[in-house]
Design a protein around this ligand. Structure first.
Ligand SMILES: Cc1cc2nc3c(=O)[nH]c(=O)nc-3n(C[C@H](O)[C@H](O)[C@H](O)COP(=O)(O)O)c2cc1C
Length: 247
């Protein structure tokens, strides 16, 4: 009898400790980049250090209503470069850190798991060497992935939509599904895809406000695009070529 009551109180203590650990873990952010245990891999350009981006502007010339009313998918771009500040502003609109906690981002995320990662294929951005880059929201910086102009390869991956290759740069919305699956299981597929849509709309509206044009492209070969970007364990969900609006 005594043994049984000792066993029961020991079990109760263990349950209490476990519950406390779960409560503490549940309230905490899943890390600066929301990575959790799920790993993703991006090939890095050897010997390259991160490029600090211009701080995002807190204001713009267009109201939210004006941007929504004017937004259109733009596929014709002027033959001119886009500034690094404009690229930085679009990345911030898509995935920038906006929370005072240094954690929450511009676009909503189920359970604040932040599975979305933005990559950039840059070809004609003022002050930025042509290459593939990975956006680091915590540092508001670009980590070089590979050097050289990959716009032709990107165009091929986008099922040869020729205008894609003519954009000065392209933002690629990718996701690490595992981050959201850890918490939501199969429903994560739906959540992550909804999140990609929210990110894309932020980028559309920010582009409108900057006088730039973009289109969300869903027609691409997953495998070819992953090879262009040099990513593993991350799924590309949307391709957004950006440029100054052409005629
Ligand atoms: C999920 C999705 C995938 C799309 N894929 C492509 C695409 O591969 N190529 C393209 O030119 N436009 C693509 N679009 C853009 C649509 O054609 C465009 O949104 C539609 O014609 C409505 O025009 P608007 O965006 O100017 O209002 C896509 C849009 C969405 C939402």
């Amino acid at each position: 009898m005594r043994f049984l009551s000792q066993f029961l109180s020991l079990t109760a203590v263990l349950i209490l400790i476990l519950a406390a650990l779960l409560l503490l873990g549940g309230g905490a952010p899943a890390g600066a980049a929301g990575q959790g245990a799920a790993a993703n891999r991006i090939a890095g350009a050897p010997g390259s250090s991160s490029i600090e981006l211009p701080a995002p502007a807190p204001d713009g010339p267009l109201s939210v209503e004006g941007a929504i009313a004017a937004r259109r998918s733009i596929r014709a771009f002027a033959d001119e470069p886009v500034s690094l500040a404009a690229l930085a502003q679009l990345l911030w609109a898509g995935q920038g850190i906006t929370g005072d906690d240094g954690f929450r981002r511009a676009a909503p995320s189920a359970g604040a798991k932040y599975p979305i990662e933005l990559l950039v294929v840059a070809g004609d951005v003022t002050g930025l060497p042509a290459g593939v880059y990975h956006y680091d929201p915590a540092e508001h910086a670009l980590a070089p992935v590979s050097r050289g102009d990959r716009r032709d390869a990107l165009c091929d991956a986008a099922l040869s939509q020729a205008w894609v290759g003519r954009a000065p740069f392209t933002i690629i919305i990718t996701a690490v599904y595992e981050r959201t699956k850890e918490k939501y299981g199969e429903r994560a597929t739906r959540y992550v895809q909804i999140e990609a849509g929210a990110v894309a709309e932020n980028v559309y509206l920010q582009a409108e406000s900057l006088g730039l044009g973009t289109t969300l492209v869903g027609a691409f070969s997953d495998e070819d695009l992953k090879a262009v970007l040099g990513i593993e364990g991350m799924e590309p969900l949307g391709v957004m070529p950006v440029g100054v609006r052409g005629r």
